[in-house]
Ligand binder design. Structure first.
Ligand code: SF4
Length: 288
């Protein structure tokens, strides 16, 4: 058995009892139990298709081949995809169906396969990816994650993922606990980003399209609740001064955010611009 086969087997083992992600719910998902993410051993797919709204380096001419997974290991009160993440709209998919979806996305010209919210269903994704590659899948893969990932699981993805696109949501434990039910997020997230960068390095492109590397997403929250400046310092000092970052300006009070006075408004233009300016001043590669 080669290393990649071993990784697939070890990933399935991490589901029983489940320690796939830092929540470590320890439920037996292959026996039908579910934990925080509310998903069993079979992924639930909410949609599959070319997506032109992602970062331009992921879109190219044929779009990013997104596969949206229902359920999530975070509990963000402002979730912008709450119908998928929290209400879990979608259909269960087999390994074979997932592999076929990847091949179809490639066939229709997508420049990558973009797994959205993959952490809690990583074993099925990797098993399907292995099958799809055996059948000719050649475009890069994107691990599009909320960034609450354990290093142990990430190590088993090495060799399967070409591009990591983690969120860096918070620098402060209290805020992470209040807004995403994950007070250990800042520490876990930083260790995860270090591991991702170790595997794939800084973002590389060919003809303007990403081929390999890490692309960090950071959503600016009102009143600097996301700890934007600290996160930028971390990237510049502990990851790489050439880190590519998307400073995202689209925060709006969704889902349960309206009942949280701290986040019941859009960030101002100046709040967003000050983060962008700071990231540029630290030398990061800030996407337009
Ligand atoms: S993947 Fe789901 S069940 Fe497993 S530890 Fe994480 S939240 Fe819990």
């Amino acid at each position: 058995m080669n290393q990649l086969d071993k990784s697939v087997e070890q990933l399935w083992d991490l589901m029983d009892p489940c320690t796939l992600c830092p929540r470590e719910c320890k439920v037996n998902r292959r026996d039908g139990q579910t934990g925080f993410c509310c998903i069993g051993d079979k992924p639930v797919v909410s949609s599959v298709g070319p997506h032109f709204g992602e970062e331009s380096v992921l879109v190219g001419s044929g779009g990013s081949g997104t596969i949206f997974f229902a359920g999530c290991n975070l509990g963000c009160v402002f979730c912008q995809n709450f119908d998928i993440s929290h209400y879990r709209h979608g259909n269960p998919a087999t390994i074979e169906q997932l592999a076929r979806s990847m091949l179809e996305l490639q066939y229709y010209g997508c420049c990558n396969i973009n797994f959205v919210t993959p952490t809690h269903v990583a074993p099925a994704i990797i098993a399907a990816l292995k099958l799809a590659r055996e059948k000719g899948l050649a475009v890069p893969t994107v691990y599009n994650t909320g960034g609450y990932d354990s290093v142990e699981t990430l190590k088993l993805l090495e060799g399967f993922m070409d591009i990591y696109m983690p969120d860096m949501k918070y620098a402060d434990a209290k805020i992470a606990g209040e807004l995403s039910a994950a007070p250990d997020y800042p520490h876990i997230n930083r260790e995860a980003v270090k591991e991702m960068h170790r595997q794939v390095g800084d973002l590389k492109t060919a003809k303007g399209v990403a081929t390999r590397g890490i692309l960090v997403r950071h959503l600016v929250l009102p009143d600097n609740l996301a700890g934007s400046f600290e996160i930028i310092d971390f990237l510049a000092e502990k990851i790489s001064p050439k880190t590519t970052i998307n400073v995202m300006d689209q925060y709006r009070p969704c889902f349960k955010a309206s009942s949280h006075p701290k986040i019941n408004r859009h960030p101002t233009a100046e709040e967003i611009q000050s983060v962008r300016r700071y990231a540029l001043s630290r030398g990061l590669n800030v996407l337009d």
